[in-house]
Write a protein that binds this ligand. Sequence first.
Ligand SMILES: *Cc1c(COP(=O)(O)O)cnc(C)c1O
Length: 475
Amino acid sequence: MKYISTRGQSPAQTFSQILLGGLAPDGGLYLPETYPQLSDADLTAMRNMSYADLAFAILSRFVDDIPAPDLKAIIDKTYRPDVYAYTRPSQQASDITPTLKLEDDLYLLSLSNGPTLAFKDMAMQLLGNLFEYVLSREGKTTNILGATSGDTGSAAEYAMRGKKGIRVFMLSPHKKMSRFQAAQMFSLQDDNIYNIAVNGVFDDCQDVVKAVSNDAVFKAQHKIGAVNSINWGRIVAQVVYYFKGYFAVTDNNAQKVSFAVPSGNFGNVCAGHIARMMGLPINQLVVATNENDVLDEFFKTGIYRPRGAANTYHTSSPSMDISKASNFERFVFDLVGRDGDKTRELWGAVDSGASFDLNADGFFNKISHYGFVSGSSNHAQRMQTIREAASRYDVVVDTHTADGLKVALEHKIAGVPMLVLETALPAKFEDAIIEALGTAPERPVALNGIEALPQKFSVMDADVEAIKAYIVANT
Ligand SMILES: *Cc1c(COP(=O)(O)O)cnc(C)c1O
């Protein structure tokens, strides 16, 4: 299995070659040359597998440069019940991504039972173990540099902590994360984790990361790496739970299901698209956005109109506050018939701040073949959905999952199970839950009092040279 760029001008690469990188040299994103196809017999064989066995059955079709027994060991080490332990009372941790029935044909697919209580742990934990394996095999090391407003940074740190050959330098806006999020990251005492609290906002952190990454000499000399949302390893790891969710609510392969996905950078729902392209019987992929509705607008009109950072709203589902969906190019490449020249032309416009319209070429007419529908939610609707879920189903959902549930209910068809992806546990967004329900959400026992633990972090200005010097001094 080789990987090609969506912009058609980079040489094909193997899985291990693209694992540690980001964009392809031509500025595109990597995708497999073809999607592995699963037969009815393949699906039947997968139906009763454990999560780890299912992950191996799927990932081994995408990875051909890690020996099968090694890949199996990496997967078994990752998807363990004690790592994804924070289940709801009626759920089994051994399911790794258990479902929860809300009403007929409506389920939650719980993806947030890992160490940082957000679905990003599903892929990031695997990435940590894959990085360590590939780096050690090649006798290399890496210094991961990132910027976070909360979820990504903590998922990356919990995945990379204590890993040989890996250091993490994570920039976050000083005093701008919730106390819980800051405590999650800053209470890590591992020698290879460096938290840098930057005087400024998230965009200042992001700008420093971009400036350092754009310094090709520094980047090569100090082995600067990234784990951002365009990483192929993260996308492919997320394909697995669409299969797991499908098997949990069906009993034969003639049945179809739909998934509602709280979306920001289009990484999560892109994995659903890939599962569908492999032959998983998916009826609808429901893209749910918040007030930042660039994706909802596209799926309704065929016009993709990214907004600038200045036009991004700060909402109560903050992990979906994006102005440009960084993985969206992967789907559009498929939609335009895998035409790299066309994709390059479209993103040439996007990269220079313009929009594009897929109606004229007839591409948008094909959208229904891919099962996508969409909707958006605002703060009042989010609060209302949290209250309704509590009263109707006796379940507390977080603000992001509430966006998914709100839009799912708009598209639900009788007789077709709808799975709403639970992308974070409510404990992670305590203030919003108190606003909606008047009481704090339950917190996993192991995380009680996390705010009182000793914290390790350095406060710095958003000064590129100073942060480079900090990295040099600590490597
Ligand atoms: C990252 C995140 C999302 C958005 O996922 P994408 O893959 O960027 O679309 C949604 N909800 C939560 C809680 C997240 O952390």
